[in-house]
Design a protein around this ligand. Structure first.
Ligand code: UTP
Ligand code: MN
Length: 499
């Protein structure tokens, strides 16, 4: 028991001021007058103090137990919030007991503060989570590879893909943007409340999210996944060289998959023929290990034909992805112009090693005009580029052999190699930073970079250059960081461009 004298010093307003002895100093009680009335409050205060309870005159941060009659927890909370001005005081509300008057009357009857039980507590509605501010352009946000809301983003991306198949670009982008915003959130979305104030979430996306939160799945998404059209379009556009237009025409002619193309003798171009031939391999995810093996091969080729040449792995693997649909490379040389004519040599080197199953090159057609870019920057750039299919020798572990499976390992059938899609792009050194930024992706990140440049900065960004349309000049950059600075954006590293 703390001596009376000392208590007097620490708590000047302790009940002994009112002629009573305070026995329970650790429990500082405050009674809310609201709905109770002044006379009942006064009566309870006197009764409590006479039993040795510490009952405060006014509310302060030292109060530990707030009691009230006929008020809801939310009302009491609002009252306290109103009483406390400072932020740090508000923070202390979390540890405060908000109690029904029954706790005090029972305690008085017991002549000692009772341990707080659930039935004493006032019910408060769940606190709205602290809302996070998410910027509206994907290039203003950090989008890590692994995020918290796959259960929402995957269904939204199914709807985006379906819209793409229907050639409804607006809808495709709307769903992609919604998914992308959810990827930037620092935690799992549990209630619609959590989405308050977030940009880019349209009515349709919100309905889908609500359904998933409430029922665990969206009817529209499930129906889409099961639909014959979606499945056929996925299978047909899964053929390398087949776009949405051809796939849709074939679908309307009753074709459903690559074997239907062969069976019905469809006219296919060289790319599509290769696409059908290597269909299974090309639809099997490329692993990081396989990408690294290919990187070694291309690196050797590049250095052999042009000493000093630089090879950069771009695309999803540069963003840290574990698997990809292809492997993307950018090649340059520090001496401007030295890179010209190297693509055919690199391809010949690879071909001589028996590493190429297919290749198609497009020539560099980029010209920097004094009047600025000739047209709105487009997704396709004009670098010398090679769409190819590599023949990658497989080690046992890569080919999926399950060693030790009861002597089955030797029976592994199928070839000792697999086909992998590889994109090779050659860039002049002066455009290398822009090319690197453009080829690193993600697609939505790139789209928003260009939109930001145009709408917010009056500039035109492409994989080749950045043009200031107001001042009529090109902006040079030797690194990605410089480009972000030109655009007035905070630098986002590749691993956080998974928008
Ligand atoms: P990808 O289609 O290879 O995507 O384009 P990804 O992010 O590597 O993912 P995967 O391969 O499906 O795993 C890579 C980047 O190159 C750009 C795209 O915008 C994307 O950001 N790109 C692609 C161009 O700039 N021009 C093109 O002609 C093609
Ligand atoms: Mn890629």
């Amino acid at each position: 028991m703390v001596p009376l004298k000392r208590r007097k010093v620490t708590h000047p307003q302790t009940p002994d001021q009112h002629g009573e002895t305070c026995k329970f100093n650790d429990v500082a009680i405050f009674i809310i007058e609201r709905k109770m009335g002044a006379s009942r409050k006064s009566f309870l205060t006197q009764l409590g103090r006479s039993k040795g309870f510490r009952i405060e005159e006014s509310y302060s941060p030292s109060v530990t137990h707030v009691v009230s009659e006929n008020n809801t927890g939310d009302e009491v909370q609002a009252w306290i919030t109103n009483e406390t001005e400072e932020k740090d005081e508000k923070a202390s509300i979390c540890s405060l007991h908000l109690l029904d008057i029954s706790w005090l009357t029972e305690s008085i009857a017991a002549e000692s503060p009772l341990q707080v039980q659930d039935r004493h507590r006032l019910k408060t509605s769940p606190k709205p989570s602290a809302h996070v501010a998410v910027k509206s352009y994907a290039c203003q946000r950090r989008s890590p590879l692994n995020h918290h809301n796959t259960f929402l983003t995957e269904p939204l991306e199914i709807l985006a893909e379906n819209a793409e198949f229907m050639e409804n670009e607006g809808r495709n982008i709307a769903f992609r943007r919604s998914a992308s915003v959810l990827k930037a959130l620092p935690r799992v979305v549990r209630r619609m409340e959590d989405l308050k104030n977030l940009p880019c979430l349209g009515g349709h996306s919100l309905r889908v999210i609500k359904e998933i939160l409430e029922d665990g799945a969206s009817q529209e998404v499930e129906t889409t996944k099961q639909s014959e059209q979606f499945q056929a379009m996925k299978a047909l556009t899964g053929v390398f060289g087949v776009g949405v237009k051809s796939a849709d025409r074939w679908f309307r002619e009753g074709l459903r998959n690559p074997s239907d193309l062969i069976r019905t003798g469809q006219k296919l171009n060289h790319t599509q023929q290769a696409g059908v031939r290597y269909y299974n391999d090309l639809n099997k995810p490329v692993t990081k290990k396989e990408a690294e093996a290919i990187s070694d091969m291309v690196g050797k080729a590049v250095r052999a034909v042009l000493p000093g040449a630089i090879l950069t792995l771009t695309g999803g693997f540069r963003r840290g992805k574990e698997v990809g649909h292809d492997v993307d490379f950018l090649i340059t040389h520090p001496e401007e112009g030295a890179e010209e004519g190297m693509m055919p040599k690199v391809l010949k080197w690879l071909e001589d090693q028996g590493l190429l199953l297919y290749q198609k090159t497009t020539r560099n057609s980029y010209l920097e005009s004094r009047d600025g870019p000739e047209r709105a920057p487009h997704h396709m750039d004009r670098f010398e580029r090679c769409f190819s299919i590599f023949k990658l020798e497989q080690t046992k572990e890569c080919s999926g052999t399950t060693a030790g499976a009861a002597g089955m390992s030797e029976q592994q059938s199928g070839p000792s190699w697999r086909a992998v899609r590889v994109d090779l792009v050659v860039s002049p050194y002066s455009q290398f930073a822009y090319a690197t930024l453009g080829w690193t992706g993600s697609k939505l990140f790139e789209r928003d970079l260009r939109r930001w440049a145009g709408q917010e900065r009056g500039m035109s960004l492409s994989n080749h250059a950045l043009y200031d349309s107001k001042r009529h000049h090109y902006l040079h950059a030797s690194s990605e960081e410089e480009i972000f600075t030109h655009l007035g954006l905070e630098y986002i590293p590749p691993s956080e461009r998974n928008a």
